[in-house]
Design a protein around this ligand. Sequence first.
Ligand SMILES: [Zn+2]
Length: 170
Amino acid sequence: MAFFDEIGKTLADKGREAAKKAKDVAEILQLKAQISTEKSKTKELYASIGVLYFKKHRDDENDEYQMFFPEIEKTLAHIAELEERVKKLEKAGTCPVCGASVGKNDAFCAKCGAPVENEAEEAPEEDVLETDDLRKLDAVEEQKKADPDDIFVEEDGGDEEKADDGEKTE
Ligand SMILES: [Zn+2]
């Protein structure tokens, strides 16, 4: 029965073909995930270089990448300002000693008498540039390994292809 043999063979071929296709799809997905991971790594390394470069050259008015600096400075200042607001909001209303709630304008805790830090008492940030982020930068330079995510919140990959997000979730 050559005819049925032929059909059987065709079906077997089709089965193998489908199995191979499924395997290929799985492999493609796996490879894409790996690509995505590697891209994230390079992105972080590029950013690390950027952070170190910026730190080193920010005051050089003739630097060839000077055109990027004002925007970075502006963003860092904005981050510092936002963090300051968070800090104040988190601090407001709680006694640092006993944890009792205190009025925003109270100088002392009504329960334990501890002095309560208020906006007026707090020494203003001397320099926006000495923010947590830049202290991180110092640490980063020591380690020679930057964690740019802490400095550059922006997650814009430019013209980089939008890959399936492997590591980064923000
Ligand atoms: Zn208290």
